[in-house]
Design a protein around this ligand. Structure first.
Ligand SMILES: Nc1nc2c(ncn2[C@@H]2O[C@H](COP(=O)(O)OP(=O)(O)OP(=O)(O)O)[C@@H](O)[C@H]2O)c(=O)[nH]1
Length: 324
């Protein structure tokens, strides 16, 4: 099963806006947090090991010195770092009296005294960041305050879970479960997007149509399981042979397609040779029988209907089909 999700823990959410995330709703939650704690600043902070801490949402108050989007380097001795390191809530009632915060810029540059924060996790349990409040004065929060901040944090985490699930379902709808590449629907959706992009960039595309020769006979002779392994192998070769920006798909039982960028005059021949070389590698695999693939490539007229393009590429492949 394809486990790819639309959420990428290595990228800041603000750098890769996601239409399913309601930043508006999160803003209200962070504002409410600051309000119920009578705190001058409240935050949702995201952490990535490479870039550090980014304020995803900052409470909208004139007393809050940090705005959404601000990034703090990963090594900075800030309160949120402690939470990400330990995975546990942190309450500091009076930071200036504790030498461990001597180098904390929030205490020394901004004048904050108190901090209460809880960890926020991605659906897979890895740290997303923190949900926290800071105060310029010393505080004395009762234990029920920790329960309250945990409750509010649950709203954010359940949003991340819903978005993740929705993304997985979208992924499943366009992915072929056997080869783990796009199915016909996925190829059509992503292929059309690729063609629009090529129109804007005035790029040239080629469409390859691939069909396994005598696949029915392979199934009959070696069994369905071996046939399935061959399909998976072809998906792997296709993925490894084309660029990441090219679009590939399995559009029928033993029929595959690839929409590829053509940069040089002889690219059609080069791509075909690279694919055939990849398919030959199966000969070294003890599980797979000898097989061959017929390939046809056409230049893509960017204004031609998508189904017509597929049909033309199929016809080109049939011209190259070896007789049984
Ligand atoms: N193992 C396996 N077989 C499949 C799958 N999907 C389709 N098939 C089989 O693939 C075979 C395709 O047969 P044909 O369309 O006649 O193609 P072919 O035998 O390759 O003949 P040519 O295309 O003329 O070379 C059929 O027997 C299908 O049952 C699958 O997911 N796994």
């Amino acid at each position: 099963m394809n486990k790819k999700t639309i959420l990428d823990p290595k990228t800041f959410l603000l750098d890769k806006p996601n239409e399913l995330i309601s930043l508006d709703k999160w803003q209200k939650t962070v504002n409410l947090l600051a309000k119920v704690f009578h705190a001058p600043a409240g935050f949702l902070v995201q952490f990535t090991p490479e870039e550090g801490f980014q304020v995803t949402i900052a409470s909208q108050q004139s007393t809050n010195p940090y705005a959404a989007g601000i990034v703090i380097e990963p090594a900075a001795n800030i309160f949120c770092r402690k939470i990400v390191e330990t995975g546990k809530p942190l309450y500091v009632a009076n930071a200036p009296i504790d030498p461990c915060w001597d180098t904390n810029p929030e205490v020394h540059n901004d004048g904050f005294t108190s901090y209460l924060g809880v960890p926020v996790f991605w659906p897979d349990g890895t740290p997303f960041g923190t949900f926290c409040v800071m105060d310029y004065d010393q505080t004395e929060y009762e234990p029920s305050y920790l329960e309250l901040i945990e409750q509010l944090k649950d709203i954010l985490e359940s949003d991340l879970t819903l978005i993740d699930l929705y993304g997985r379902m979208q992924q499943l709808a366009i992915t072929d479960p056997l080869s783990e590449i796009n199915n016909r629907r996925g190829f059509e959706v992503l292929g059309k997007q690729r063609i629009s992009l090529a129109k804007r960039n005035q790029a040239k595309l080629g469409l390859c149509y691939l069909d396994v020769d005598n696949f029915k006979q392979i199934n009959d002779q070696f069994g369905h399981k071996v046939g399935d392994e061959l399909i998976q192998h072809i998906g792997v070769v296709l993925k490894a042979t084309v660029r990441q920006s090219d679009v590939i798909g399995r559009i029928g039982g033993d029929e595959f397609v690839a929409l590829v960028l053509l940069e040089n005059k002889n690219d059609q021949t080069v791509i075909k040779q690279r694919l055939q070389k990849g398919f030959l590698s199966a000969r070294h695999s003890p599980n797979l029988p000898d097989y061959s693939v017929s390939i046809g490539i056409i230049d893509v007229d960017l204004n031609t209907d998508f189904v017509e393009l597929l049909d033309k590429a199929d016809q080109e492949m049939l011209k190259n089909k070896k007789p049984v």
